[in-house]
Design a protein around this ligand. Structure first.
Ligand code: N01
Length: 527
């Protein structure tokens, strides 16, 4: 093979299509039984994208983007999975995808300049290039709790949701975790179950989605000039929401009335662009405090029980942990069948056969939903068992953190590419846009190598060191490093604390373009 691609989510599918267009032979190995990546696994109730559907979609084919009809502003998981299936069928992708194919190792051979990919069943394939399209949030974090093996009920993880669904009728349910997954699932589970106990270690800031069916007239107007709509989005920091520009003033400088006007407007509109009301919310603590306090007051105005309302008010900087978008989350705590248990001071003590004990009190439970997130950005890459030049494993190379060049490559790992890897804007963007950028760069780079008789591309150590310094420098100008988020790896015990994604999509794109135009500056190309 020219290219072995790992993962058949949105990144792997487009990578395969792009390879074919460039005349490269390629095969995709996918551990799941179907396409869709994160949307294949995350089937929990309420799972839905928080990027508007007209943006969270491919733009490489005008016909595709014209013919596909999204039904809601924010698409549900089943609808996104149907879209992924549609794309796979429309571009005849499945004939080059091997499903239920778990990659156990990928090893570089310096003498042949080839990579060998080994599957769990022992099958091996050699290829000139490897593209890891494994997703940023695809390695479930399943913390163990004392006594959980004695629990007589069922334990499920949002990121590995049973395909047949879970019936909560008449059950006492625990949800552990209040990030995006928990916050999406909690309102739906509360409606279905007998009693829901939410176990919260850290409160999250969440903004209402105000989801609704898509207005056909709006869809027609976007589709009448889709490319301009896409181009505007790509010029924003998060490659998203070009129609709602970021405010031009500082939240620390406006009057109380102006602050309230801007934030009320953004709250009423809903969604992730809430934080763009002012131009400095993520770089100026005083500004962030004012925005955060406004949301804290909002929580108090929605949640009737004052003690619960207080527990639901996050203490962190708003936006430090990824902002969540919800449908009826805070309102759910006004239901008589929902209670909140605070773990911030006292963690879960143990599981018993019939419940969960915190601070000496047992909460009776039949089903436990772990909404405990992922070993983000590096977890799935490290699970591939990658070994590069001189027998050095990726795990060793990343011992102190995921060093990389442009978030696309790693020194010591020639002809190996990552899509939305650490060091790229990835999770701080509409990831479909980042995926497109990376896929097209990787394909054109391979074509460039072939056209110029180069067999090998590898980031130099110097270029990698400068890139890592650049990413750290940008992150340190923001408020992102001020809390324990998965962006920093802080949710996984023992993981190096490094801010992994790079804020700012447009600047990233220009930097990558400059590297390419400058004869792949920072890379060694070997004839
Ligand atoms: O995971 P998370 P997620 N005991 O890591 C808690 C994307 N996404 O699956 O904050 C008790 O955010 C943990 O507590 P703490 C999106 O990018 C998108 O919800 O570490 N609690 C936290 O509350 C998102 O950010 C959508 O103190 C424990 C929670 O579990 C990312 O995926 C939907 C614990 C984990 O929250 C991850 O979201 C869903 C323990 N031992 C996800 N361990 C969209 O809408 C962990 N927690 C597109």
């Amino acid at each position: 093979m020219d290219v072995v691609i790992v993962g058949a989510g949105f990144a792997g599918m487009y990578m395969l299509h792009s390879c074919r267009q460039a005349g490269l032979s390629a095969i995709v190995y996918e551990r799941g039984g179907g396409v869709g990546g994160t949307w294949y696994w995350n089937r929990y109730p309420g799972a839905r994208c928080d990027v508007p559907s007209l943006e969270y979609s491919y733009q490489f084919s005008e016909d595709l983007q014209q013919e596909w009809e999204w039904t809601e502003k924010y698409a549900t998981q089943p609808e996104i999975l149907r879209y992924a299936e549609h794309v796979a069928d429309r571009f005849d992708l499945k004939r080059d995808i091997r499903f239920d194919a778990l990659v156990t190792s990928i090893t570089y051979d310096e003498t042949t300049n080839l990579w060998t990919t080994t599957l769990k069943d022992g099958e091996q394939t050699t290829s000139r290039f490897i593209v890891a399209a494994v997703g940023c949030l695809s390695s479930a974090n399943r913390p163990r709790f004392t006594g959980d093996e004695t629990f007589s009920g069922r334990i499920v993880h949002t990121g590995e949701w049973p395909h047949e669904g879970v019936d909560f009728t008449g059950k006492r349910v625990a949800v552990i975790g209040t990030g995006s997954s928990g916050i999406q699932a909690i309102p739906i589970i509360a409606e279905q179950c007998d009693h829901l106990t939410v176990f919260q270690r850290t409160a999250s800031f969440t903004i209402p989605a105000h989801n609704a069916p898509l207005d056909p007239q709006y869809v027609r107007s976007v589709k009448s000039d889709y490319s301009t709509f896409r181009a505007k989005n790509m010029l924003t920091r998060a490659a998203l929401g070009g129609d709602t520009p970021t405010g031009t003033s500082s939240a620390s400088e406006v009057s109380d009335e102006e602050l309230d006007r801007v934030l009320s407007e953004r709250w009423a509109k809903g969604g992730l662009l809430f934080l763009g009301g002012f131009n400095d919310s993520m770089v100026n603590k005083a500004s962030n405090d004012r925005v955060a306090n406004w949301v804290r007051d909002k929580i108090s105005s929605i949640v009737r029980d004052p003690q619960t309302a207080e527990l639901l008010q996050p203490e962190t900087v708003i936006g430090c942990k990824r902002l969540v978008v919800d449908s009826g989350y805070y309102e759910t705590f006004n239901r008589p069948n929902v209670s909140l248990v605070d773990l911030s001071e006292r963690p879960i003590e143990r599981f018993t056969p019939h419940g969960i004990v915190v601070d000496g009190a047992e909460h009776p439970v039949d089903i436990v939903v772990l909404a405990t997130g992922f070993d983000a950005m590096t977890g799935s890459l490290l699970k591939l068992g990658i070994t590069g030049r001189n027998g050095v494993s990726l795990a060793d190379a990343w011992n102190a953190g995921p060093v990389n060049y442009l978030g696309l490559t790693v020194h010591g790992f020639p002809n190996f590419f990552m899509i939305t890897g650490p060091g790229s804007p990835s999770v701080l963007t509409n990831v479909l846009v980042s995926i497109q950028h990376h896929v097209e760069w990787i394909t054109s780079t391979i074509s460039h190598l072939d056209a110029h008789g180069h067999h090998k591309i590898e980031a130099t150590k110097d270029a990698q060191d400068s890139w890592v310094a650049h990413v750290n420098g940008v992150a340190s100008m923001t408020l992102f490093p001020t809390c324990n988020s998965w962006y920093l790896g802080a949710n996984i015990p023992g993981k190096p604390r490094i801010f992994m994604p790079l804020p700012g999509f447009p600047d990233y794109v220009s930097r990558v373009s400059r590297v390419t135009e400058n004869h792949y500056d920072g890379f060694a190309l070997t004839p």
